[in-house]
Write a protein that binds this ligand. Structure first.
Ligand code: ADP
Ligand code: ADP
Length: 231
């Protein structure tokens, strides 16, 4: 991920809301980076821009080879269905409730580019430790297992980049640690780049690098809790 001067403005009931006012960040391939900041800072907006779900109002945004601002809708569709995995906020929002974990993974893989090598559903579930629940109905899984399943669906096409919006919120400590461990293991074993939003200081403390945004601007950046102010 490489951005400079990234701006996003929402048009809301006749007036403009500047959610991002000039963001410059760089995340190298294979990094695991936390995105921090108070509610309303612009974290979700930045994540959605990186995933091609929103189009920047101004500035440069590059994801791998892709220059998001100049891509056609068809190119964005292609990117979303293979190169970038997204886990949205709210447990299981990227899951289809009446499909089993393995069928959710097959469904997520359906639109991936033809000819691309795809892991089997069993391989994907094993990455998050859910191999014994391939056919368990979602309503019989715990909240932690549902979130692990959401992560599995996010990485079903082995994208180069995983974007996760608060993947550990609303979980107890044990489940939170399991989900974080699964994401971290995927990052280190596959080299997948990960950008994740968190509000939880205990989660942030475990991440190798964090970027904090406030009022649509970078407030600080740092490694393992050693944040420094950006002037
Ligand atoms: P969080 O702070 O956890 O990211 P928010 O409460 O800011 O969540 O946003 C929740 C949802 O409401 C998001 O989909 C966001 O796009 C939408 N939203 C937030 N603020 C507004 C607004 N002023 N007008 C319309 N939609 C909004
Ligand atoms: P965060 O994820 O850090 O809570 P968001 O990116 O959700 O922040 O929101 C940043 C700002 O943009 C907030 O002021 C929010 O109200 C506003 N916003 C978010 N989504 C929308 C939307 N769909 N329409 C209008 N304003 C929005």
């Amino acid at each position: 991920i490489s951005t400079s001067g990234l701006v996003h403005i929402y048009r809301s009931q006749g007036h403009d809301v500047a959610a991002l006012s000039g963001i410059g960040i760089s995340v190298r391939p294979g990094e695991l980076v936390g995105l921090l900041g108070p509610s309303g800072a612009g974290k979700s907006t930045l994540l959605q821009l990186c995933g091609g779900l929103l189009t920047p109002s101004a500035g440069r945004l590059q994801i791998g080879e892709h220059h998001i601002a100049t891509m056609t809708d068809a190119e964005l569709d292609q990117m979303r269905s293979g190169d970038v995995g997204i886990v949205l906020q709210g447990a299981g929002r990227n899951l289809i409730p009446y499909l089993t974990p393995e069928d959710n993974i097959r469904y997520a893989q359906r639109a991936a580019a033809r000819g691309r090598h795809l892991p089997s559903p069993a391989e994907v579930l094993e990455l998050v430790g859910l191999q014994d629940h391939a056919r368990t109905p979602l309503d019989r899984l715990t909240p932690g297992q549902i979130q692990l399943c959401a992560v599995a669906v996010g990485v079903a096409t082995f994208p180069g980049l995983l974007l996760a919006d608060e993947p550990t919120s609303q979980l107890d400590h044990h489940a939170r640690d399991e989900v974080l461990a699964a994401i971290s293991a995927i990052n280190s074993s596959t080299g997948m780049t990960v950008l994740l939003i968190t509000h939880d200081p205990e989660v942030a403390a475990l991440l190798p690098r964090t970027i904090t945004i406030r009022d649509g601007r970078i407030a600080s950046e740092g490694r393992s809790g050693e944040e420094f102010a950006v002037v």
